[in-house]
Design a protein around this ligand. Structure first.
Ligand code: SAH
Length: 503
């Protein structure tokens, strides 16, 4: 059957792609329909028809799916950040669990029955909104010339005004409104990507979940110049002035007024500017100057009781690990779920206090420090030097002395340490980026023959690929559990345990 562009059809949505689009079929020919929910009967309009499949737009929901819910955000279609907000949360969890299961079977080649048996229930959230501890809002100008903050529409760079994202904390709106009204009052121009002119590019907001501390960083198109005459010192650079502890440097018109308004927000702890004059999609500039308060905020990650539905631990072992977070630090964005994720990884690691443990792709050492208290020695490896600096500081701050960190690629550091220095491993934990582990890294892991490997993954397709390699190389898949770190989006995190096969 041939289908044409703009053709209107009615289909039943019978499946979901891994990107969250609905799939409708006519005589086995699939239509991928963004915003359609599995179970909908939908009127669709063909956008692009290929030989074996077509893309279509949702025109009208004819009969809504029992899994369809009213999205809490009126912008969810334009934004694209929450691909599955119109799907009930329980159905989202089911979708994510089966995405992991399907990838393990199809890509990993694992037996379907075995996976069904191994997989533990997906770990969801009780309150799946307002979970993000970090938000980055682009700032622009609307048709009337007013400053706006919001999000980029779809894959464009047009800003749609929305200061009230359903995933962010409630303070975001208050903070953005203070900044926008300050910009309006003092005619502070928003940055224009086309001309490269204007000042305010982005607003970064972070909040410590337990500490309540809030950090605001304004990313500004400000060329660092010598600070001229006056009390700020003749000819000294901002960097030099700042190094002397001078926080009174002025980067913004009427800066004091902005600061005084922002400090009214409960929890305000750190206000900074990041200088970025590059024409780039990279949000943050390299130089950051605190203009009020602290340079960092703090947050704590507590261990939770995995066996008891992740209940908080009351005893000493539940004592949290505290982290310092700067505007540039990588830090997991869902503070509630991250405790469950790490507790699960720790429980899979099965530590008794005697083990040498490697934490590959360790970031700022969050998992490493979590494991450290129950291990003999922890080694962390991470490619970003600043993250390792943070990891080292966080270890000292938490009086953890059995953690050592190395800067470099896991696939280079691990072979070097193993082959040249003979360092061993009882347990290896990996938490790689979406592309998964490098082959050389997997090969070294197998040579090192740890008793257990805990693989934490944010992409179940590459996870499945890597697990296949490890299972062909002497390991057995023992436990699998998905954790929903990003409700309303199609992303899902997975924790797995592999043990060395007895020979
Ligand atoms: N475990 C940490 C970070 C996980 S994100 C946490 O939970 O917070 C993955 C990390 O891997 C990032 O910090 C990234 O910088 C790092 N990374 C990416 N490629 C790497 C490589 N080849 N070797 C080591 N680290 C790498």
């Amino acid at each position: 059957m041939d289908f044409e562009k703009n053709q209107i059809l009615t289909v039943e949505i019978v499946d979901i792609t891994s990107e969250g689009e609905g799939i409708g079929k006519i005589d086995g020919y699939p239509f991928f329909v963004k915003d359609a929910v599995i179970g909908d009967t939908a009127q669709i309009k063909v956008v692009r028809a290929k030989k074996n499949y077509a893309y279509a737009r949702l025109e009208k929901v004819v009969t809504p799916s029992p899994f369809r819910v009213e999205p809490s955000c009126s912008f969810h279609k334009q934004c694209g950040g929450c691909q599955i907000q119109a799907m009930s949360y329980n159905r989202q969890l089911e979708f994510k669990a089966s995405k992991v299961k399907n990838n393990l079977v199809r890509i990993g080649g694992f037996d379907k029955e075995k996976i069904a048996e191994l997989m533990e229930p997906i770990v969801g959230m009780d309150e799946p909104f307002h979970y993000r501890n970090k938000a980055q809002y682009p700032v622009g100008t609307d048709k009337e010339g007013n400053p706006v903050a919001g999000f980029y529409a779809g894959r464009t760079h047009n800003i749609i005004a929305n200061t009230d994202c359903s995933l962010g904390f409630s303070e975001n709106k208050e903070i953005l409104e203070i900044i926008l009204s300050y910009m309006k009052k003092h005619h502070v121009p928003a940055y224009d990507e086309v001309t490269g002119k204007g000042l305010v590019r982005h607003v970064l907001i972070r909040k410590g979940y337990y500490s309540g501390e809030i950090m605001v960083c304004l990313v500004i198109n400000y060329k660092e110049k010598k600070f001229g005459a006056g009390k700020e010192g003749r000819g000294a650079s901002a960097e030099k002035m700042h190094a002397k502890g001078n926080k009174a440097l002025s980067f913004l018109p009427a800066q004091e007024e902005l600061i005084s308004a922002l400090t009214q927000v409960a929890g305000m702890t750190s206000i900074s500017v990041s200088l970025n004059t590059e024409k780039t999609n990279v949000i943050m500039g390299e130089k950051i100057y605190t203009i009020w308060g602290e340079d960092v905020i703090h947050d704590t990650i507590h261990m939770r009781d995995v066996e008891n539905n992740f209940a908080p631990m009351g005893d000493v072992s539940g004592k949290g690990i505290e982290f310092s977070i700067s505007p540039l630090s990588f830090y997991q964005v869902n503070p509630v779920q991250v405790e469950k994720l790490y507790s699960l990884a720790l429980s899979y690691a099965g530590l008794t206090g005697k083990e040498t443990v490697w934490d590959l792709y360790c970031g700022i050492g969050t998992i490493s420090l979590f494991l450290a208290r129950d291990a003999k020695q922890i080694y962390g490896v991470e490619v970003i030097p600043q993250a390792i600096e943070d990891a080292e500081k966080n270890a000292i701050h938490n009086s953890i002395h059995n953690a050592e960190f190395f800067v470099g690629k896991a696939e280079e550091v691990l072979p070097r340490k193993y082959e040249e220095e003979g360092i061993s491993a009882d347990v290896i934990v990996v938490d790689p980026p979406r592309k998964g582990c490098d082959e050389a890294c997997l090969a070294t892991m197998m040579k090192m023959k740890p008793d257990r490997i805990v693989y934490v993954s944010c992409d179940s397709a590459t996870l499945a690929r890597d697990l296949r390699v490890l299972c062909d190389g002497g390991y057995e898949l023992r436990r699998v559990r998905a954790v929903d770190m990003f409700p309303m989006t199609v992303h899902v995190e997975t924790v797995t345990l592999l043990t060395k096969k007895a020979r």
